[in-house]
Design a protein around this ligand. Structure first.
Ligand code: SF4
Length: 354
Protein backbone atom coordinates (compact mmCIF):
# COMPACT_ATOMS: atom_id res chain seq x y z
CA UNK A 1 0.00 0.00 0.00
CA UNK A 2 1.53 3.29 -1.04
CA UNK A 3 0.97 6.16 1.29
CA UNK A 4 1.22 9.86 0.49
CA UNK A 5 4.39 11.09 2.17
CA UNK A 6 3.89 12.72 5.54
CA UNK A 7 0.28 13.85 5.51
CA UNK A 8 -1.40 10.62 6.55
CA UNK A 9 0.83 10.07 9.56
CA UNK A 10 0.06 13.53 10.91
CA UNK A 11 -3.68 13.11 10.52
CA UNK A 12 -3.56 9.78 12.35
CA UNK A 13 -2.29 11.45 15.49
CA UNK A 14 -4.71 14.35 15.30
CA UNK A 15 -7.80 12.28 14.59
CA UNK A 16 -7.12 9.54 17.06
CA UNK A 17 -6.23 12.01 19.80
CA UNK A 18 -9.71 13.43 19.43
CA UNK A 19 -11.04 10.26 21.09
CA UNK A 20 -8.20 9.96 23.59
CA UNK A 21 -7.67 6.63 25.32
CA UNK A 22 -11.27 5.55 24.87
CA UNK A 23 -11.08 5.16 21.11
CA UNK A 24 -14.23 5.41 19.01
CA UNK A 25 -17.72 5.13 20.46
CA UNK A 26 -20.11 2.92 18.44
CA UNK A 27 -22.56 5.81 17.92
CA UNK A 28 -20.08 8.19 16.28
CA UNK A 29 -21.99 10.74 14.18
CA UNK A 30 -21.98 10.03 10.43
CA UNK A 31 -20.56 13.51 9.77
CA UNK A 32 -17.42 12.52 11.72
CA UNK A 33 -16.31 10.46 8.75
CA UNK A 34 -14.48 12.41 6.10
CA UNK A 35 -11.40 11.73 4.04
CA UNK A 36 -9.05 12.79 6.84
CA UNK A 37 -10.64 10.81 9.66
CA UNK A 38 -11.11 7.68 7.53
CA UNK A 39 -7.49 7.82 6.30
CA UNK A 40 -6.35 8.11 9.90
CA UNK A 41 -8.43 5.22 11.21
CA UNK A 42 -7.46 2.97 8.29
CA UNK A 43 -4.03 2.90 9.92
CA UNK A 44 -5.20 2.00 13.43
CA UNK A 45 -2.94 -0.53 15.14
CA UNK A 46 -2.73 -2.40 18.44
CA UNK A 47 -4.98 -0.89 21.14
CA UNK A 48 -6.52 1.70 18.85
CA UNK A 49 -7.39 -1.01 16.36
CA UNK A 50 -8.98 -3.18 19.07
CA UNK A 51 -11.06 -0.20 20.18
CA UNK A 52 -12.09 0.43 16.59
CA UNK A 53 -13.17 -3.21 16.24
CA UNK A 54 -15.03 -3.17 19.58
CA UNK A 55 -16.97 -0.07 18.51
CA UNK A 56 -17.79 -1.72 15.17
CA UNK A 57 -19.04 -4.92 16.86
CA UNK A 58 -21.22 -2.84 19.17
CA UNK A 59 -22.68 -0.98 16.17
CA UNK A 60 -23.38 -4.32 14.45
CA UNK A 61 -24.98 -5.72 17.61
CA UNK A 62 -27.31 -2.71 17.90
CA UNK A 63 -28.53 -3.23 14.32
CA UNK A 64 -28.43 -6.97 13.72
CA UNK A 65 -27.75 -8.62 17.07
CA UNK A 66 -24.83 -11.06 17.09
CA UNK A 67 -25.97 -12.59 13.84
CA UNK A 68 -24.41 -13.38 10.48
CA UNK A 69 -26.32 -13.40 7.20
CA UNK A 70 -25.50 -16.49 5.11
CA UNK A 71 -25.52 -16.55 1.31
CA UNK A 72 -25.35 -19.60 -0.94
CA UNK A 73 -23.16 -19.00 -3.98
CA UNK A 74 -23.49 -20.46 -7.45
CA UNK A 75 -20.83 -19.49 -10.00
CA UNK A 76 -22.57 -19.59 -13.37
CA UNK A 77 -19.72 -19.10 -15.87
CA UNK A 78 -16.06 -18.12 -15.74
CA UNK A 79 -16.17 -16.48 -19.17
CA UNK A 80 -15.45 -12.74 -19.03
CA UNK A 81 -15.11 -9.99 -21.62
CA UNK A 82 -13.27 -7.63 -19.26
CA UNK A 83 -9.51 -7.66 -18.84
CA UNK A 84 -8.88 -6.73 -15.19
CA UNK A 85 -5.17 -6.93 -14.41
CA UNK A 86 -5.78 -8.50 -11.00
CA UNK A 87 -8.02 -11.37 -12.16
CA UNK A 88 -7.03 -14.74 -13.68
CA UNK A 89 -10.43 -14.91 -15.43
CA UNK A 90 -9.49 -11.86 -17.53
CA UNK A 91 -10.22 -11.84 -21.24
CA UNK A 92 -6.59 -12.42 -22.22
CA UNK A 93 -6.63 -15.73 -20.31
CA UNK A 94 -9.76 -17.11 -21.99
CA UNK A 95 -7.85 -19.50 -24.23
CA UNK A 96 -5.72 -20.86 -21.41
CA UNK A 97 -8.62 -21.32 -18.98
CA UNK A 98 -11.10 -24.18 -18.99
CA UNK A 99 -14.30 -22.29 -19.73
CA UNK A 100 -17.56 -23.56 -18.23
CA UNK A 101 -21.18 -22.53 -18.27
CA UNK A 102 -23.64 -24.22 -15.92
CA UNK A 103 -26.74 -25.72 -17.50
CA UNK A 104 -30.18 -24.79 -16.24
CA UNK A 105 -30.42 -28.22 -14.60
CA UNK A 106 -27.11 -27.63 -12.75
CA UNK A 107 -28.24 -24.20 -11.55
CA UNK A 108 -31.59 -25.54 -10.30
CA UNK A 109 -29.89 -28.48 -8.59
CA UNK A 110 -27.48 -26.09 -6.88
CA UNK A 111 -30.31 -23.81 -5.76
CA UNK A 112 -32.08 -26.85 -4.29
CA UNK A 113 -28.94 -27.67 -2.28
CA UNK A 114 -28.81 -24.09 -1.01
CA UNK A 115 -32.44 -24.36 0.08
CA UNK A 116 -31.80 -27.74 1.79
CA UNK A 117 -29.02 -26.08 3.80
CA UNK A 118 -31.53 -23.63 5.25
CA UNK A 119 -30.10 -20.66 3.33
CA UNK A 120 -32.57 -18.24 1.71
CA UNK A 121 -30.14 -16.13 -0.32
CA UNK A 122 -29.18 -17.56 -3.72
CA UNK A 123 -26.18 -15.62 -4.98
CA UNK A 124 -25.42 -15.84 -8.73
CA UNK A 125 -21.92 -14.80 -9.66
CA UNK A 126 -20.27 -14.86 -13.10
CA UNK A 127 -17.73 -13.19 -15.33
CA UNK A 128 -19.09 -10.22 -17.24
CA UNK A 129 -20.72 -11.57 -20.41
CA UNK A 130 -24.00 -10.61 -22.00
CA UNK A 131 -25.46 -14.10 -22.06
CA UNK A 132 -25.77 -14.31 -18.27
CA UNK A 133 -28.80 -12.00 -18.56
CA UNK A 134 -30.72 -14.77 -20.30
CA UNK A 135 -29.17 -17.71 -18.45
CA UNK A 136 -29.91 -16.24 -15.02
CA UNK A 137 -33.09 -14.38 -16.00
CA UNK A 138 -34.66 -17.63 -17.17
CA UNK A 139 -34.06 -19.53 -13.92
CA UNK A 140 -34.97 -16.77 -11.44
CA UNK A 141 -38.76 -17.42 -11.46
CA UNK A 142 -38.16 -21.18 -11.15
CA UNK A 143 -35.94 -20.70 -8.11
CA UNK A 144 -38.39 -18.28 -6.55
CA UNK A 145 -41.11 -20.94 -6.98
CA UNK A 146 -38.82 -23.62 -5.50
CA UNK A 147 -38.60 -21.83 -2.13
CA UNK A 148 -41.67 -22.11 0.08
CA UNK A 149 -41.06 -18.76 1.73
CA UNK A 150 -39.13 -15.58 1.12
CA UNK A 151 -35.95 -15.87 -0.92
CA UNK A 152 -33.40 -13.23 -1.88
CA UNK A 153 -32.03 -13.60 -5.39
CA UNK A 154 -28.71 -11.78 -5.40
CA UNK A 155 -26.78 -11.16 -8.63
CA UNK A 156 -23.17 -10.26 -9.33
CA UNK A 157 -22.99 -10.32 -13.12
CA UNK A 158 -21.10 -7.13 -13.97
CA UNK A 159 -22.05 -4.11 -16.06
CA UNK A 160 -25.29 -4.43 -18.00
CA UNK A 161 -27.71 -2.04 -19.68
CA UNK A 162 -30.62 -0.46 -17.84
CA UNK A 163 -32.98 -2.69 -19.82
CA UNK A 164 -31.13 -5.80 -18.70
CA UNK A 165 -31.17 -4.71 -15.05
CA UNK A 166 -34.93 -4.05 -15.33
CA UNK A 167 -35.53 -7.40 -17.01
CA UNK A 168 -33.64 -9.26 -14.27
CA UNK A 169 -35.54 -7.32 -11.60
CA UNK A 170 -38.85 -8.21 -13.25
CA UNK A 171 -37.78 -11.85 -13.34
CA UNK A 172 -37.45 -11.76 -9.56
CA UNK A 173 -33.96 -10.49 -8.67
CA UNK A 174 -33.75 -8.71 -5.31
CA UNK A 175 -30.24 -7.39 -5.05
CA UNK A 176 -27.10 -6.77 -7.11
CA UNK A 177 -23.42 -6.46 -6.27
CA UNK A 178 -21.25 -4.43 -8.62
CA UNK A 179 -17.89 -3.71 -7.01
CA UNK A 180 -16.27 -0.48 -8.10
CA UNK A 181 -12.88 -2.02 -7.03
CA UNK A 182 -11.12 1.34 -6.64
CA UNK A 183 -12.56 4.85 -6.61
CA UNK A 184 -9.40 6.33 -8.11
CA UNK A 185 -10.62 6.86 -11.71
CA UNK A 186 -7.16 6.73 -13.31
CA UNK A 187 -6.06 3.66 -11.40
CA UNK A 188 -9.40 1.99 -12.04
CA UNK A 189 -9.17 2.41 -15.80
CA UNK A 190 -5.50 1.43 -15.81
CA UNK A 191 -6.24 -1.84 -13.99
CA UNK A 192 -9.66 -2.68 -15.46
CA UNK A 193 -9.27 -1.39 -19.03
CA UNK A 194 -12.90 -0.31 -18.90
CA UNK A 195 -14.79 2.93 -18.28
CA UNK A 196 -14.97 3.94 -14.62
CA UNK A 197 -17.77 6.40 -15.39
CA UNK A 198 -19.88 3.56 -16.85
CA UNK A 199 -19.32 1.48 -13.75
CA UNK A 200 -20.52 4.28 -11.49
CA UNK A 201 -23.45 4.99 -13.80
CA UNK A 202 -24.40 1.31 -13.59
CA UNK A 203 -24.38 1.52 -9.79
CA UNK A 204 -26.65 4.57 -9.93
CA UNK A 205 -28.97 2.76 -12.36
CA UNK A 206 -29.18 -0.26 -10.05
CA UNK A 207 -30.12 1.94 -7.08
CA UNK A 208 -32.71 3.77 -9.21
CA UNK A 209 -34.16 0.47 -10.48
CA UNK A 210 -34.96 -0.55 -6.92
CA UNK A 211 -32.29 -3.16 -6.26
CA UNK A 212 -30.62 -3.51 -2.90
CA UNK A 213 -27.14 -2.64 -4.13
CA UNK A 214 -23.68 -3.59 -3.01
CA UNK A 215 -20.33 -2.22 -4.04
CA UNK A 216 -16.83 -2.92 -2.85
CA UNK A 217 -13.14 -2.18 -3.04
CA UNK A 218 -9.87 -4.07 -3.23
CA UNK A 219 -7.39 -2.93 -0.60
CA UNK A 220 -3.72 -2.85 -1.51
CA UNK A 221 -3.78 -2.52 -5.29
CA UNK A 222 -0.45 -1.36 -6.70
CA UNK A 223 -0.54 2.44 -6.92
CA UNK A 224 -3.46 2.82 -4.51
CA UNK A 225 -3.25 5.35 -1.66
CA UNK A 226 -4.93 5.30 1.73
CA UNK A 227 -6.75 8.46 0.74
CA UNK A 228 -8.26 6.69 -2.25
CA UNK A 229 -9.38 3.85 0.03
CA UNK A 230 -11.10 6.49 2.16
CA UNK A 231 -12.76 7.72 -1.04
CA UNK A 232 -14.01 4.16 -1.65
CA UNK A 233 -16.04 4.32 1.54
CA UNK A 234 -17.29 7.84 0.84
CA UNK A 235 -18.32 6.77 -2.67
CA UNK A 236 -20.27 3.75 -1.33
CA UNK A 237 -22.05 6.09 1.10
CA UNK A 238 -22.77 8.77 -1.49
CA UNK A 239 -24.17 6.25 -3.99
CA UNK A 240 -26.71 5.14 -1.38
CA UNK A 241 -25.66 1.49 -1.47
CA UNK A 242 -26.96 -1.09 1.01
CA UNK A 243 -23.87 -3.32 1.11
CA UNK A 244 -20.13 -2.72 0.92
CA UNK A 245 -17.14 -5.02 0.90
CA UNK A 246 -13.37 -4.89 1.16
CA UNK A 247 -11.05 -7.61 -0.12
CA UNK A 248 -7.30 -7.64 0.37
CA UNK A 249 -5.51 -7.63 -2.98
CA UNK A 250 -4.34 -11.15 -3.88
CA UNK A 251 -1.54 -11.23 -6.47
CA UNK A 252 -2.88 -14.05 -8.64
CA UNK A 253 -0.80 -16.18 -11.00
CA UNK A 254 -1.13 -15.60 -14.75
CA UNK A 255 -1.99 -11.94 -14.29
CA UNK A 256 0.07 -8.78 -14.93
CA UNK A 257 0.03 -8.11 -11.16
CA UNK A 258 1.32 -11.55 -10.15
CA UNK A 259 4.58 -10.16 -8.78
CA UNK A 260 3.12 -7.34 -6.66
CA UNK A 261 2.90 -7.68 -2.87
CA UNK A 262 -0.49 -8.68 -1.42
CA UNK A 263 -2.85 -6.23 0.26
CA UNK A 264 -2.52 -5.48 3.95
CA UNK A 265 -5.02 -7.53 5.97
CA UNK A 266 -5.07 -5.04 8.85
CA UNK A 267 -5.98 -2.15 6.58
CA UNK A 268 -8.74 -4.32 5.06
CA UNK A 269 -10.08 -5.10 8.53
CA UNK A 270 -9.94 -1.43 9.51
CA UNK A 271 -11.88 -0.62 6.33
CA UNK A 272 -14.59 -3.10 7.42
CA UNK A 273 -14.78 -1.61 10.92
CA UNK A 274 -14.97 1.97 9.64
CA UNK A 275 -17.68 0.94 7.15
CA UNK A 276 -19.70 -0.54 10.01
CA UNK A 277 -19.41 2.70 11.98
CA UNK A 278 -20.16 4.90 8.97
CA UNK A 279 -23.37 2.99 8.26
CA UNK A 280 -24.31 0.45 10.95
CA UNK A 281 -27.08 -0.93 8.67
CA UNK A 282 -24.75 -1.91 5.81
CA UNK A 283 -24.32 -5.57 4.98
CA UNK A 284 -20.57 -6.16 5.05
CA UNK A 285 -19.14 -9.56 4.10
CA UNK A 286 -16.13 -11.19 5.64
CA UNK A 287 -14.81 -12.31 2.25
CA UNK A 288 -13.05 -15.55 1.31
CA UNK A 289 -10.00 -13.52 0.20
CA UNK A 290 -9.34 -12.82 3.90
CA UNK A 291 -9.11 -16.58 4.48
CA UNK A 292 -6.98 -16.97 1.33
CA UNK A 293 -4.50 -14.46 2.82
CA UNK A 294 -4.38 -16.06 6.28
CA UNK A 295 -6.09 -18.83 8.19
CA UNK A 296 -8.57 -17.22 10.56
CA UNK A 297 -8.99 -14.26 8.21
CA UNK A 298 -12.76 -14.54 8.02
CA UNK A 299 -13.11 -14.79 11.81
CA UNK A 300 -11.06 -11.61 12.00
CA UNK A 301 -13.50 -10.01 9.55
CA UNK A 302 -16.41 -10.84 11.86
CA UNK A 303 -14.44 -9.47 14.81
CA UNK A 304 -14.01 -6.23 12.84
CA UNK A 305 -17.78 -5.82 12.37
CA UNK A 306 -18.64 -7.80 9.22
CA UNK A 307 -22.00 -9.59 9.18
CA UNK A 308 -22.18 -11.71 6.01
CA UNK A 309 -20.58 -15.03 5.02
CA UNK A 310 -20.95 -16.82 1.68
CA UNK A 311 -20.96 -20.60 1.31
CA UNK A 312 -19.80 -21.90 -2.08
CA UNK A 313 -22.28 -24.36 -3.66
CA UNK A 314 -20.87 -24.29 -7.22
CA UNK A 315 -20.79 -27.89 -8.52
CA UNK A 316 -17.35 -29.26 -7.51
CA UNK A 317 -16.59 -30.27 -11.10
CA UNK A 318 -16.58 -26.57 -12.14
CA UNK A 319 -15.54 -24.89 -8.87
CA UNK A 320 -11.83 -25.36 -9.60
CA UNK A 321 -12.25 -23.47 -12.89
CA UNK A 322 -13.65 -20.31 -11.30
CA UNK A 323 -10.20 -18.78 -10.88
CA UNK A 324 -11.13 -15.54 -9.20
CA UNK A 325 -7.92 -15.57 -7.09
CA UNK A 326 -6.15 -18.37 -8.96
CA UNK A 327 -6.23 -22.10 -8.23
CA UNK A 328 -5.37 -21.61 -4.55
CA UNK A 329 -8.47 -19.67 -3.57
CA UNK A 330 -10.11 -20.69 -0.31
CA UNK A 331 -13.42 -22.49 -0.95
CA UNK A 332 -15.84 -21.64 1.85
CA UNK A 333 -17.94 -24.64 2.87
CA UNK A 334 -20.85 -24.90 5.27
CA UNK A 335 -18.81 -26.55 8.05
CA UNK A 336 -16.19 -23.76 7.93
CA UNK A 337 -18.95 -21.15 8.22
CA UNK A 338 -20.59 -23.00 11.12
CA UNK A 339 -17.25 -23.23 12.91
CA UNK A 340 -16.33 -19.56 12.63
CA UNK A 341 -19.83 -18.40 13.53
CA UNK A 342 -19.85 -20.55 16.64
CA UNK A 343 -16.28 -19.51 17.59
CA UNK A 344 -17.37 -15.89 17.26
CA UNK A 345 -20.35 -16.45 19.59
CA UNK A 346 -22.73 -15.52 16.78
CA UNK A 347 -25.74 -17.10 15.06
CA UNK A 348 -26.86 -17.62 11.47
CA UNK A 349 -29.39 -15.21 10.03
CA UNK A 350 -31.64 -15.19 6.95
CA UNK A 351 -31.91 -12.41 4.35
CA UNK A 352 -32.90 -9.00 5.68
CA UNK A 353 -34.05 -7.84 2.23
CA UNK A 354 -37.09 -10.15 1.82
S1 SF4 B 1 -12.69 -9.19 -11.89
FE1 SF4 B 1 -14.69 -9.71 -12.79
S2 SF4 B 1 -14.87 -8.29 -14.54
FE2 SF4 B 1 -12.70 -8.32 -13.99
S3 SF4 B 1 -11.78 -9.91 -15.31
FE3 SF4 B 1 -12.36 -10.90 -13.36
S4 SF4 B 1 -14.40 -11.75 -13.69
FE4 SF4 B 1 -14.01 -10.23 -15.31
Amino acid sequence: MRNEPGASQITVVQSMDKWGAKGLPSHVMPCFWNRTTITAWLQAKDDQQQRLFAAARQARRSNFGDRVIIRGLVEVTNLCRVNCEFCPMRRDNTRGNTIFELSEAQILETAAKIKESGINIVFFQAGEVKKTTQIVGKVLPKIRAMFDGPVELLLCLGNKSEEEYSYLKNQGATSYILKHETSDPKLNEKLRHASFANRIESLRTLVRTGYKVGTGAIAGLPGQTLESLADDLLLARDLGTHMVSASPFIPAPDTPLAQHPPGDVNITLNFIAIARLMNPGWLIPSVSALETRASGGQSAGLAAGANVLTVNFTPPVERKNYLIYGKDRYIVRNDHVNEIISNSGMERMASVFV
